[in-house]
Design a protein around this ligand. Sequence first.
Ligand SMILES: Cc1cc2nc3c(=O)[nH]c(=O)nc-3n(C[C@H](O)[C@H](O)[C@H](O)COP(=O)(O)OP(=O)(O)OC[C@H]3O[C@@H](n4cnc5c(N)ncnc54)[C@H](O)[C@@H]3O)c2cc1C
Length: 491
Amino acid sequence: MLNIDKTDVVVIGGGITGTAIVRELSKYELDVVLLEKNPDIASGSTKANSGILHAGFDAKPGSLKATLNVRGNKLYHDLEDELGLDIKWTGSLVVAVNSDEQETLKELLERGRTNGVPGLAILSREEVLAREPNITPNVTGALWAPSAGIFLPFGAALAFAENAVKNGAKVVTDCPVEEMVTENGKITGVRTKHGFLSAKYVINAAGVHADEISRLAGDDSFAIKPRKGEYILFDKKVSNLVQNVLFPTPSKVSKGILVSPTVHGNIFIGPNAQDVDDKEDVATSLGGLQEIVSKAQQLLPKLPLNAAITQFSGLRAAADGGGDFIIRPSAIVQGLFHAAGIQSPGLTSAPAIAEMLVNILKDQGMELKRKVNFDPVNPRKIVFRELSHAAQQQLIAQNPLYGRVICRCETITEAEIIEAIHGLCGARTVDAVKRRTRAGMGRCQGGFCGPRVTAILARELNIPVTAVRKDSPASYLFFDKLTADCREALQ
Ligand SMILES: Cc1cc2nc3c(=O)[nH]c(=O)nc-3n(C[C@H](O)[C@H](O)[C@H](O)COP(=O)(O)OP(=O)(O)OC[C@H]3O[C@@H](n4cnc5c(N)ncnc54)[C@H](O)[C@@H]3O)c2cc1C
């Protein structure tokens, strides 16, 4: 629910871009409100991607993508402790298998150095095999980028949002913006499903929908076409197969299908690239999955297909006009600012995008006075499975719900789920609990814990089980209780 009708700044979209911006703005004496159409933040592109903090050798020198990638990567080194982010600085390898690809590695090395990427080096075949013994025997060398890392994108977005809320910002979910209200070419507010919110500034961080938001205000300066990328995720039992992020040598059109560890010890392969029309279409396809399997096998011949546990896909917000990020004031509507076309490396760039956008606001005349009591730190959350046996015993003695394991694959306790539901940006759906705690992310993919998490959500939110949703606005899991007649018929 909205519960307010006036603010200084509205940020539309609760992905990593919007949450990083709202956190940056919460450093100043401003009323800031983030509006997200879905029941949870980080449920657009930010939830389904490769989760790599790219080093920054890929983008064209001088582009926003190149500058903000390298700056963002550096900022995450500071944010890691401040916000309690899960990051592993694994480094990445771009793998070459012939002399043409070796030449491309040299180009990438030069481009990376121009972009300011630290520590790049070309490794010999032997050096690559020493790091990655399971890689293709055809390897001839690789570009090593030590500043690349892997992280949990929705964990980062949640940390940005929670820190912003801690510092006075508001985050409202289930609140789609339906109309942009302007007067004499100037933004005056937004109309949402829950009413009008007056605002002096509106920031458009609506991902694949950013062009629609812009058009609602009368600015049709860009269009966004979604480009789907599909993935397969593998069980933790095969996690020792790769240590670093492995890219093939890129072609002119794509970074290619990669093989990578995740921050929690799984491995994944993907993504492919397929233009689609529907901005909510995240279905996977047999053809797409076959494509990523065959390409990933070129990097990792021993790919253990019988250890696949799930597949998913995400949508890149590919903008027309060259494909660089669109971060600027609207040329048509005063008070409207775009952070749009944020495709890869958008996760890596997010804190730098937020920094840049706030500087643009300053240049455009926004009065920015630093809060004296801004608190940059998020407290570390309790992760029961990572504690020593003694520490676990102590917690259970204080709160017996730490002794009740709800997700058996990932060892997630009822106490952690309750904490996720009542947190600063609390979980309202089964997948929101999953994203915060990992309940449902293991081998059985929620087969065991799903109904239990649903019951806990209903109890803690004081709603009927039929009102609990899986993820999207209308994804209800149960429709009604079985009547006695139905039960009898089923027996
Ligand atoms: C396949 C794939 C792989 C990728 N891999 C990487 C990677 O490894 N590293 C990297 O740095 N980047 C990567 N990216 C890019 C990265 O995922 C995106 O740049 C980033 O998630 C974009 O975040 P966002 O906040 O701009 O958009 P989103 O996360 O899509 O957020 C936009 C939000 O706006 C909301 N919204 C839309 N319309 C409205 C409305 N009317 N009212 C209110 N809210 C609205 C949506 O619900 C959504 O939550 C990848 C992307 C894809 C698809």
